[in-house]
Design a protein around this ligand. Structure first.
Ligand code: SGN
Ligand code: CA
Length: 535
């Protein structure tokens, strides 16, 4: 049974939680005045594009991630965790502010974050925390609310990346996941003010496109074969926006850029701009890195030339190569998270630190034939979420949670008042095994970016435990992306977990549709987004 089936079976079921160790210790931060103890530290680890399908606490078909799993085995795994807008900058803005994209102003990756607005790091800072962000930032404007920041420029590079450290550019030798971890460990060891609780945001670039592995991981999975997902050859019947995207492994994944076939004699050609870009990212490596890289990929290139796959054979070859590289990159992420957890253990910080692991969104591992994200379909709407609260419960949490909940949760854990204008809800009661008083019945989603790479149409929608209603917005045609009138999609996730069968406007669904539209409208009003309504 696939993980998706497991998720959907989990919907609505009450999952029992066991107390970790003895009775739950009261959170010292909740009653700061009466306690001499410091509030809990916060370690927030986020990857970029990490799919739950490739995190073994969720799904062990492809890879073991023992270190990331440690967070859940000592804490909780959220089995219904979602984002508000499945793309990097917007997700990060939702997480920092606890508000949906329209309210925080960062609706797509072309936006610039208004750093003067309220964020949880600022509120923590004002309440005595020392705050830092290290790694991918991707919000264009400089970070605010941090005592220390050391961020990658834009998307960042896998090899020898340039960072901006508190305003100064610094190029660093090495592989991004290792370098980012080194910086975090260095800050924990030498940059921390031991008199204050800390909040460290550790943001990896990995496993973002183009999934470049560390040289020590190149030979992993080299012989592993993967079954094509059952929806790989989805023909998108009844889902016009899905038909129009440009994120198909078969059609859009580039041989030189994405799949590293930059051969030395230049006989393999792909989309000219991507072919050029593929050679540029290779040129960032130093001679030792190139030697290790070539010793692996030269063999792959030779094998590709020998086989010269076409048609479905080529699709399978691309999918396999994609999976291998992506999993190698995850291996490095997992190893580096192990280094961080080991450090916390050795410093006795496990007992007073909330650890969060998540991704800026989910990702397609070939489902619907795709890579990338953006759509409100499950693989990219969902995101991994693991939390370990000292003295908290262990187990699975099945309530519908969203990345707007992170800010209020972290504030709550720190004993800081949650401002009323925050859209999200604190998950702390769930982490403590207490009753969650939230009356949330559904999640709101809105993706805005268009026209842009991958040609995904703007859409918004609502998801309940069982159903999903999506409104595809009515936007003009652009070059490479034909006309599409506004349309609706309705899925019964219980009977159709792969979202292949759009039942909007089919007999017997009118009442359901009306009620979902009414929930959608209410959520748009609640989150102040009525003017976008096309309901
Ligand atoms: C880059 C990628 C896209 C990806 C966006 C957004 N192209 O533009 O494939 O969808 O980032 O990703 S690349 O050629 O530059 O790799 S996000 O996660 O940062 O939002
Ligand atoms: Ca991302």
């Amino acid at each position: 049974m696939s993980t998706k089936d497991n998720y959907l079976k989990g919907i609505g079921r009450v999952i029992s939680l066991s107390l970790a160790g003895v009775a739950i210790t009261p959170l010292v931060g909740c009653d700061k005045d009466k306690s001499d103890e410091k509030p809990l530290n916060i370690l927030y680890i986020m990857c970029d594009d990490h799919s739950y399908q490739t995190l073994s606490a969720y799904d062990n078909r492809f890879i073991n991630t023992p270190n990331i799993d440690r967070i859940a085995s000592d804490g909780v795994l959220f089995t219904n965790s979602f984002v508000a807008n499945s793309i990097s900058g917007p997700s990060r803005a939702c997480m920092l502010t606890g508000k949906h994209s329209y309210a925080n102003g960062f609706t797509d990756n072309r936006s610039s974050f208004d750093g003067s607005q309220q964020t949880y790091p600022k509120l923590l800072q004002a309440n005595g925390y020392q705050t830092a962000v290290i790694g991918k930032w991707h919000l264009t404007s400089d970070p605010t609310g941090f005592d220390h920041w050391d961020i990658l420029i834009g998307q960042g590079d896998y090899y020898n990346p340039t960072f901006i450290r508190n305003g100064e550019k610094v190029q660093r030798k090495g592989y991004a996941t290792n370098v980012t971890t080194d910086l975090a460990l260095d800050w924990l060891e030498n940059g921390r003010d031991e008199n204050k609780p800390f909040c460290l945001l550790l943001h990896h670039k990995a496993p973002h496109r183009t999934w470049m592995p560390d040289t020590c991981d190149l030979d992993l999975f080299a012989d592993t074969q993967f079954e094509l997902p059952e929806t790989f050859y989805d023909c998108y019947d009844g889902r016009a926006a899905a038909m129009m995207q440009h994120m198909s492994i078969s059609k859009d994944m580039d041989l030189v850029y994405d799949l590293k076939l930059a051969d030395k004699d230049s006989t393999i050609h792909s989309r000219p701009d991507l072919e050029r870009a593929g050679r540029i990212i290779y040129s960032r490596m130093d001679s030792l890195q190139k030697r290790a890289w070539d010793s692996h990929y030269d063999r792959v290139i030779a094998d590709f030339k020998r086989k010269n796959p076409t048609g479905k054979e080529l699709d399978k070859w691309k999918f396999t190569q994609y999976m291998r590289d992506y999993l190698r990159v995850i291996t490095s992420v997992d190893r580096n998270i192990g280094r961080i957890l080991d450090y916390l253990e050795s410093e006795g910080l496990m007992d007073n630190t909330l650890i969060v692991y998540t991704s800026d969104q989910g990702f397609y591992m070939g489902e619907h034939g795709w890579f990338d994200k953006r759509f409100m379909y499950e693989e990219s709407f969902r995101t991994p979420l693991l939390m370990r609260l000292p003295g908290g419960v262990k187990g699975e949490i099945c309530q519908l949670v969203q990345n707007i909940d992170y800010a209020p949760t972290i504030l709550d854990v720190a004993g800081v008042d949650i401002p009323e204008d925050i859209h999200g809800v604190s998950l702390l009661p769930l982490l403590k095994g207490e009753e969650w008083t939230s009356d949330r019945k559904a999640l709101y989603y809105h993706y805005y970016e268009f026209p842009d790479e991958h040609a995904v149409r703007p859409h918004f929608g609502v998801r309940t435990e069982r159903y999903k209603l999506i409104r595809i917005c009515n936007v003009p045609a652009t070059e490479g992306s034909g006309m599409l009138d506004g349309s609706w999609e309705l899925f019964d996730l219980q009977n159709d977990p792969n979202e292949l069968n759009n039942i909007y406007d089919t007999p017997g669904t009118q009442q359901l549709t009306d009620s979902l539209k009414s929930i959608l409208k209410d959520l748009q009003i609640l989150y102040g987004e009525e003017k976008f309504s096309e309901i």
